[in-house]
Ligand binder design. Structure first.
Ligand SMILES: [Zn+2]
Ligand SMILES: [Zn+2]
Length: 285
């Protein structure tokens, strides 16, 4: 009997990993196909770095993503069991604390994750850890939607640990965590998209400047020692870790977009803001 019970739990765990992989593959895959295959030429001017990464990099990203999803499943499954057994701060129905709290709880999860991400990311950049763990993610110098989950297993574990932290600290409705997870995935994939769609002036606007852009994280992949935050530009501004040329680079990307749209396709030059691969290698080592 016990064997069957373990077997069914194992199948359930595989089911969670499978569902996560399907969601991720479908989401990142669709976005990848749209921007990197189907509309490659149409949105070329929006590309932050004016070149596409080699296939070998994309294959590496997908390979690491596969392990990341398995680790996510292994951590999320016990959280789901604990949730079912009411061992966490789960509550039903939504009306128990009202819709005001429901929305607030999602914003709280996002704010908590924003802080958690910034500080664990800083830790991952600590020299002694970086070369063994986080360097894997930084092998993507020109990120694609698949870079989002291209993580060393230890980093994947650190990343997904926000879920157990949330369910034991914030009273939550299960659908609030689902919305939070979808938001995280969406922001993570768009941050690694490699294309900038925000308008000129965004990073200098008194309200919008607090929200990160695709250029912000794209610069983190190239310059490594700056731009550690995920959703908001709050911690990077407070800790003075924003790249000193962040705003100018953003405007440069917008300018290139404007100029590119007015140019013939074959007259495009690589972006001036790119640093050479050799230079990037130096930064990484
Ligand atoms: Zn990093
Ligand atoms: Zn990244």
């Amino acid at each position: 009997m016990a064997v069957f019970s373990y077997l069914s739990k194992l199948l359930e765990a595989l089911g969670v990993s499978f569902t996560l992989s399907m969601e991720y593959l479908l989401f990142a895959g669709t976005i990848f196909l749209f921007f990197y295959v189907w509309k490659k030429r149409k949105y070329w001017y929006f590309k932050i770095q004016q070149r596409f990464p080699d296939n070998k990099h994309i294959i590496r990203e997908i390979k690491y993503s596969f392990f990341t999803v398995i680790i996510f499943g292994v951590v999320i499954l016990p959280v789901m069991w604990a949730s079912k057994e009411r061992l966490t701060l789960v509550y039903y129905p939504v009306s128990k604390y009202g819709y005001g709290y429901y929305v607030f709880s999602i914003l709280l999860m996002i704010a908590l994750h924003d802080t958690y991400y910034y500080w664990t990311h800083r830790l991952l950049h600590w020299k002694k850890i970086f070369r063994y763990v986080h360097k894997i993610h930084h092998l993507s110098l020109n990120p694609t939607p698949f870079s989002a989950y291209a993580l060393h297993p230890v980093e994947a574990l650190i990343d997904v640990s926000i879920i157990p932290i949330i369910v034991f600290t914030i009273p939550y409705h299960i659908s609030a965590v689902t919305i939070f997870s979808a938001y995280t995935l969406g922001m993570n994939v768009s941050g690694h998209l490699g294309f900038e769609f925000f308008p000129s002036g965004f990073t200098r606007h008194k309200i919008f400047k607090w929200h990160n852009t695709a250029t912000h994280h794209n610069m983190h992949h190239r310059y490594v020692k700056y731009n550690f935050s995920i959703y908001f530009n709050f911690w990077d501004r407070i800790m003075k870790t924003n790249h000193p040329h962040y705003e100018d680079t953003f405007e440069g990307v917008i300018e290139q977009r404007r100029a590119g749209a007015a140019m013939a396709d074959d007259a495009l030059d690589p972006l001036k803001i790119n640093i050479s691969l050799a230079e990037q290698e130096k930064v990484l080592n």
